[in-house]
Design a protein around this ligand. Structure first.
Ligand SMILES: *[C@@H]1O[C@H](CO)[C@@H](O)[C@H](O)[C@H]1NC(C)=O
Length: 167
């Protein structure tokens, strides 16, 4: 009887503690669980971030070959371990690369939207430029700080990229 009482008390204590523990686990899970990153508007509606086969540049492409990413102030593919970095250019759109080292620590999330953070060298940006790639079905992706587009390419400005719904 004594041990029963002890067990009942222990399990009561455990269930009382379970509520705040579950909440913090949920938050931790959202921060550490890998997510797909997708487009939400034509022409990249429900295309997903991944490296172009045989080339390795970041592109938006089919869901079947989507990679998963751990997103904090860096974005790392759990498939390839490579980090999404922002390059330099004199245009308002900046190239993206996947590299073994994270040189960009500007990333963040605003709700489900991928942004560069206010305090970063880019300021708060959430627009991306996509252009038809050399491989059909894949779109080259750039961070877009303004409204420049490359001549001679079919591009779409003011795209945003997102995690799947977190609801
Ligand atoms: C990336 O990793 C996820 C999770 O392990 C897997 O489901 C998916 O098929 C992988 N994608 C590729 C292109 O390997």
């Amino acid at each position: 009887m004594r041990s029963f009482t002890f067990l009942a008390a222990a399990s009561l204590a455990a269930s009382a503690a379970a509520v705040p523990l579950d909440v913090s686990n949920d938050i931790a899970e959202r921060q550490t669980k890998p997510y797909q990153i997708r487009g939400v508007q034509d022409p990249i509606y429900h295309l997903y971030l991944q490296s172009l086969p045989g080339d390795g540049t970041p592109v938006m492409g089919p869901e079947a070959t989507s990679e998963y990413f751990t997103i904090g102030n860096t974005i790392q593919s759990t498939n390839t371990s490579l980090y999404l970095n922002i390059g330099e250019a004199s245009t308002s759109y900046l190239p993206l690369t996947f590299d073994a080292t994270a040189t960009t620590t500007a990333w963040g999330l605003e709700g489900d939207t991928i942004i560069t953070t206010n305090g970063s060298p880019y300021g708060r940006q959430l627009n991306f430029l996509v252009c038809n790639g050399a491989t059909a079905g894949y779109y080259d992706l750039f961070l877009q700080k303004g409204s420049d587009t490359p001549a001679g390419k079919t591009c779409s400005n003011y795209q945003t990229i997102h995690l799947p719904c977190l609801c």
